[in-house]
Design a protein around this ligand. Structure first.
Ligand code: SAH
Length: 248
């Protein structure tokens, strides 16, 4: 299914329209964190990760899991507590510091060699490393490659004009046979400017689909009063998974 839908089913196909040109600057994101306008943060973590964790892990232990545009997502602690190594990236230092302090985790800060202005905040236990810089400053030479990715509030927060660059970077950070869980959102993009941005399934396929087969695991009706206030009349979250088989 592509385009628009409500809880009951498909209601039509939608063009991303005005959103294609929209740009949210890093400064605007930092201001959101300073002003506490972080309605995207889920204090209890994301139920879809809980539900589909087995698909991400696929019976494997001691994985390296990447959280792009991580905010202060509590799911990072869930995975670290299960014995996995977690790496995140986020431009807001405030978000990262709140992650460690709110979860009672002592941390230390270190510069990132070769990346001016970037630093990494690392739990003293060593299994959570959060890079404070733009994701576009990272490469596999800096962070290595990953066995799994939890992409929630990440592709949908990337400026539409940067999606291709983001997807190529993410593919370059994947180990062979890694699993990528992706949450996208569907709503009428002519009624709300985003973020989160509307990302149709056809676009997910064109961004990632050449490397893999993408499977939709669930579509969840997540419509709330906040979405009604944005002027929307439906809002769906779509969870997809793809497994990277490696470049031919
Ligand atoms: N994934 C998190 C946060 C989603 S909101 C969650 O599920 O709660 C998107 C986050 O991306 C914001 O915290 C914002 O500060 C951060 N961000 C935006 N552009 C970024 C960039 N280029 N590099 C790293 N982080 C970025």
């Amino acid at each position: 299914m592509d385009g628009a839908a409500d809880g009951a089913g498909v209601v039509g196909s939608v063009d991303a329209g005005a959103q294609k040109e929209r740009v949210v600057t890093e400064e605007e994101w930092l201001q959101k964190w300073e002003a506490g306008k972080t309605g995207f943060h889920k204090e209890q973590g994301h139920p879809l990760l809980q539900k589909y964790l087995d698909i991400l892990l696929n019976g494997r232990r001691g994985l390296r899991i990447f959280f792009p545009l991580c905010g202060k997502a509590v799911e990072m602690k869930w995975l670290a507590d299960m014995g996995h190594r977690v790496v995140g990236v986020e431009i807001s230092e405030k978000a990262l510091k709140e992650f460690f302090t709110q979860n009672g985790l002592p941390y230390r800060e270190e510069p990132v060699p070769g990346t001016v202005g970037a630093k990494v905040l690392q739990s003293v236990s060593g299994n959570i490393s959060l890079y404070c810089c733009s994701i576009y400053d990272l490469s596999s030479a800096i962070v290595g490659k990953f066995d799994g990715v939890w992409d929630r509030g990440a592709l949908v927060a990337v400026n539409p004009c940067d999606r291709q660059c983001y997807a190529s970077l993410m593919i370059s950070l994947m180990e062979k046979s890694s699993s990528y869980l992706l949450v996208t959102v569907l709503y009428d993009p002519n009624k709300h400017k985003g973020p989160p941005f509307y990302v149709p399934e056809s676009e997910v396929k064109s961004l990632f689909g050449n490397q893999c087969e993408i499977k939709c695991l669930q579509k969840a009706n997540e419509f709330t009063d906040a979405h009604r206030e944005w002027g929307l009349d439906y809002f769906l979250e779509v969870l997809s998974v793809w497994s990277y088989a490696g470049l031919p």
